[in-house]
Design a protein around this ligand. Structure first.
Ligand code: 5AD
Ligand code: SF4
Length: 438
């Protein structure tokens, strides 16, 4: 049996693409390797959102030169968002000549062909598809867990936020047909899946490329009807597109989780405008108020970029004030990273690295303080936890998540994995909570 490894960088979209690649390789008779040394095929599924992620991949590729020298039959392949960028492909082809196969985000289904072409010819195979971005429906996924699953609902993005490379790497927005999505969810439910995460770069604008009128809220209502599914999540949302109909789903749909991830990026109207986000701080806050009215228990999380070009101390203070006003449960925070080819890369007044780092730390301090405060409200409460796995540190402890997405540790036996358990919260920390089964 040939063995493979996939190293995945970046977002859930990439994680799910790797699950699809793994399904394809299984079909070809490959099995998972325990380490690089015993692998016949190593695939790097890459992310281009920040420069640091790209540098890490290039570093890792460099490290594999020695292994490839010792094992010349090892096939080394790079795919994902980085490979959609011509200048990066050139770097790989020039400086990492030990790479055998390069493919893009739209060509996953062609992997068997690409491998055979490489084996037959010994050539470096490059297969990138920039134009035809038809949705390929005939791929399944090798999902890591049986009780929770990612399901793609749309691909690409039309927003062109000025800092972001995604519209260039993943292309224009296109939605999957609702029937295909619902079919996939039903099949997952029949196989014991309880939690579904609907994936897209901007799920709130789902349906715009369909021939008929069918919105993201319509899709949620249909998924909510599927027997066996107990929890519905979605990632990720754009504040400008979050409709009243969608907000009402948070009060009406019993399976929709008490969690909304709504990336704000900045609290300053001047910076939001420069980012081309198409909403103001006030618009954002009023959407959050509506969401909280629809579901007072909802956890709100966000993405924030620190040090966008032209961000002054006052602009940054507005972000800090917004964080305090919204009281986020948690946030993904990013140091602004210049992405060649985006509009922001050419903007003047780039913020010095040391200023970015110093602001970043202050933002984290604020977020952690609020996050801990928010978790305290769970003390003494009994919450429903979808049990995910045995803790890596202690085999008698289980990990799971509340509907609000909080990570809970509690003593229990592994038979509970995949089930929903009632847990009384005894201790809370900034990122986790501990409790006991009731
Ligand atoms: N620099 C820093 N963060 C970025 N993000 C996207 N592009 C950049 C960039 N150039 C962040 C945004 C987005 C998240 C997925 O990544 O916050 O919501
Ligand atoms: Fe990037 Fe903006 Fe599209 Fe999100 S909405 S993927 S940040 S361009």
């Amino acid at each position: 049996m040939k063995k493979y490894m996939i190293q995945t960088y970046g977002c859930q979209m990439n994680e799910h693409d790797s699950e699809k690649i793994s399904w394809i390789l299984d079909g070809m008779g490959y099995e998972i390797a325990n380490n690089r040394e015993e692998s016949d095929l190593i695939i790097f599924n890459t992310c281009a959102v920040r420069k640091s992620a790209e540098e890490r991949v290039l570093g890792q590729l460099g490290e594999l030169k020695e292994l490839k020298r010792r094992k010349p039959n090892l096939i080394l392949s790079v795919c994902g968002c980085m490979m959609q960028r011509e200048e990066i492909r050139e770097v790989v082809l020039k400086k990492h000549k030990h790479v055998d196969i390069i493919f893009g985000t739209n060509n996953i289904h062609k992997l068997p062909q690409l491998i055979s072409r490489h084996l037959e010819t010994g050539n470096i195979i490059v297969d990138i598809n920039e134009e035809n971005r038809e949705i390929e429906e005939n791929i399944d996924a090798n999902r890591k867990y049986s009780y929770k699953a990612f399901v793609n609902i749309m691909y690409g993005c039309n927003n062109f936020c000025t800092y972001c490379i995604v519209p260039y790497t993943r292309g224009r927005e296109r939605s999957r047909e609702p029937e295909k999505i619902l079919e996939e969810v039903k099949l997952l439910a029949e196989n014991g899946c309880k939690e579904i995460t609907l994936l897209g770069q901007n799920v709130n604008s789902y349906g715009k490329t369909l021939e008929r009128d069918f919105s993201f809220a319509d899709l949620l209502k249909e998924v909510n009807k599927i027997d066996g599914i107990e929890r519905i999540r979605f990632m990720t949302s754009h504040p400008k597109d979050i409709s009243d109909d969608l907000i009402n789903c948070f009060s009406k749909l019993d399976k929709l989780c008490d969690h909304l991830h709504l990336p704000v990026q900045s609290g300053s109207n001047k910076i939001l405008k420069a980012m081309n986000r198409k909403y103001s701080r006030e618009d954002y806050i009023s959407k959050i108020e509506k969401v909280r009215k629809a579901n007072p228990d909802i956890a709100i999380t966000t993405d924030i970029i620190v040090g966008f070009p032209g961000e002054t101390e006052e602009d940054f203070q507005e972000t800090i004030n917004l964080v305090k006003e919204v009281k986020y449960d948690s946030a993904f925070t990013f140091l602004y990273s210049i992405r060649e080819g985006t509009k922001a890369a050419t903007m003047e007044n780039q913020v010095p690295e040391e200023v970015k780092h110093e602001r970043f730390q202050r933002l984290l301090d604020t977020l952690y303080e609020i996050g801990l405060e928010k978790n305290k409200k769970y003390l003494g409460q009994t919450v429903q936890v979808l049990v995910e796995e045995v803790s890596k540190n202690d085999e008698n402890v289980l990990n799971g998540r509340t509907t609000s997405g909080k990570l809970v540790h509690f003593p229990g036996s592994k038979e509970l994995i995949g089930k929903i358990a009632n847990v009384k919260i005894d201790t809370v920390k900034t990122f986790t909570m501990e409790g006991t089964l009731v």
